[in-house]
Design a binder for this molecule. Structure first.
Ligand code: EPZ
Length: 443
């Protein structure tokens, strides 16, 4: 199993190209099932989860062809043409779904296109039980007959799905996406209330409209979809990954460096920019993306003000709030801040797996229920963190250990980096390109 070795203490300086968003690419790939015409997707990141999804779609009968890298050069991701001309299987097997929860996003499209689907229940993962009850209830509200059999969701809608209103009891990105895709081919109008407003949901809606869907209210928490008889192909580019961009913003901050995030969209990072601004880290839009630098008060390399990271309190929330996918990374930063901070996780019930590993590096963290109290080790005269062998447990927890390693004194070895490969394209390359001493050790 591969490991990553980091020798910390070097400020990051330079530019990092931001890849296409994993959490937009995954639902966009499943949207190809809604039409028998070609869907061309551009700026797809090279990630393990993307490969898993293409494998799942191929076993449904989708033809895939790599339409070559983007002519704009390496960092513009891969181009894929998908054509689900003839769906040969409406079953999503356990051995694929258990590897990647997002596989459940084939449920809505298969039901809408074929009138049936048999999709394995995704099961839980490190961060929580992650049920799919809202996906199921929502589809039943549109006329689907669904039962659970032997660990599978068995769904039927022989006469097609009908219009109706779905009110989500809590905000769910995946349930919104499954229902949105199913609704595009329903007979009548579908209204989704308390829908997720994440930019990745908007990206999916915009692509579906490019395929001939009729979706209104994009970006808001109520979506209106007029069902149509069929969708056609489209050519669509995936939006940049705001979580990857924010992760590298924290990498710049935790090392006291200055990095330009190429292609990052500041409009999707407002809650992050506000939080980091309070922590004395500035995110400034540039022509090519977003510039990140320590020292809001002009305390960057141009002198003046202090350059220390200040402690702040953070509570995760659905978009446009502070993203749960950045909670672990923010905790690593607060471990190097100049005071005490409270970090509260409101979305998942078990998303503090990174805490014991950060503590092995000297972080001072106390967890009480959904809140972690972090006593920062940075600031003038602070003891800082020290390198250690640590274990990755889930995607974002893994990257928080890399961030801590970049700031720690000495050597950090991160084990089980396959978690990282699910969501971060060429991480070592992007960081070493800005001066980090980071290397992948292949077992
Ligand atoms: C998406 O997961 C993302 N994954 C997650 O990113 C992200 O953390 C999450 O949204 C929240 O923003 C993808 O987009 C592929 P939810 P999803 O449905 O859709 C509960 C990463 O690191 N819930 O918004 O599965 C659920 O248990 C990943 O890139 C139900 O109770 O998340 C959770 O507590 C991790 N019943 C909360 O809602 C349901 O039917 C939010 O989950 C569905 C969800």
């Amino acid at each position: 199993m591969d490991k990553i070795r980091i020798r910390g203490g070097r400020p990051l300086e330079g530019r990092i190209a931001i890849s296409g968003a994993k959490n937009a690419a995954l639902p966009l790939l499943t949207a190809s099932l809604l039409t028998d015409e070609a869907l061309v997707l551009r700026n797809l990141p090279h990630l393990a989860d993307i490969a898993t999804m293409t494998h799942l779609l191929a076993q449904h009968g989708t033809d895939l062809s790599m339409a070559g890298a983007h002519p704009g050069g390496g960092h513009m991701g891969q181009v894929l043409e998908l054509r689900a001309g003839d769906i040969t299987s409406t079953e999503a097997p356990y051995d694929i779904v258990r590897k990647m929860r997002a596989s459940v996003l084939v449920l809505g499209p298969l039901l809408a296109r074929c009138g049936q689907a048999r999709v394995s229940l995704p099961g839980g993962c490190a961060i929580g039980t992650r049920p799919v009850d809202m996906h199921i209830r929502g589809l039943e509200a549109l006329g689907a007959e669904i039962e659970l059999d032997d660990g599978y969701i068995v769904a039927r809608a022989p006469g097609g799905l009908r219009g109706g209103t779905v009110v989500f009891p809590r905000v769910s990105v995946g349930a919104t996406e499954n229902l949105l895709m199913a609704a595009t081919l329903a007979k009548g109008e579908v209204v989704l209330e308390n829908a997720a407003r994440e930019p990745e949901v908007g990206d999916l809606a915009n692509c579906l409209n490019a395929m001939g869907a009729r979706i209104e209210g994009i970006g808001g928490d109520t979506l209106h979809i007029q069902g149509v008889d069929r969708l056609h192909g489209a050519d669509y580019a995936v939006l940049p990954d705001r979580i990857e961009a924010a992760t590298y913003a924290i990498a710049a901050a935790i090392t006291g460096g200055k990095v330009e995030l190429l292609g990052a969209q500041s409009s999707t990072m407002e809650a992050v920019a506000a939080a980091l601004g309070q922590a004395n880290v500035s995110l400034r839009p540039t022509e090519c993306g977003v510039m990140v630098e320590c020292g809001n008060s002009g305390g960057g390399s141009s002198g003046g003000g202090d350059r220390w990271v200040h402690s702040i309190d953070v509570s995760t929330a659905p978009y446009p709030g502070f993203p749960t996918d950045l909670q672990a990374q923010m905790m690593a930063l607060m471990a190097m801040a100049d005071g005490a901070s409270m970090i509260t996780e409101t979305i998942f019930e078990n998303r503090f797996q990174h805490v014991p590993e950060l503590m092995r590096m000297g972080a001072d963290i106390t967890v009480k229920g959904a809140t972690a109290m972090v006593r920062g080790r940075g600031g003038p005269g602070g003891p800082g963190l020290h390198g250690a062998p640590v274990m990755a447990t889930d995607l974002r927890a893994s990257v928080s250990l890399v961030l801590a390693g970049l700031a720690a004194e000495g050597e950090t070895i991160v084990n089980r980096v396959y978690h990282l490969d699910r969501g971060y394209e060429r991480l070592e390359e992007k960081l070493s390109g800005c001066g980090a001493d980071i290397e992948r050790l292949t077992a």
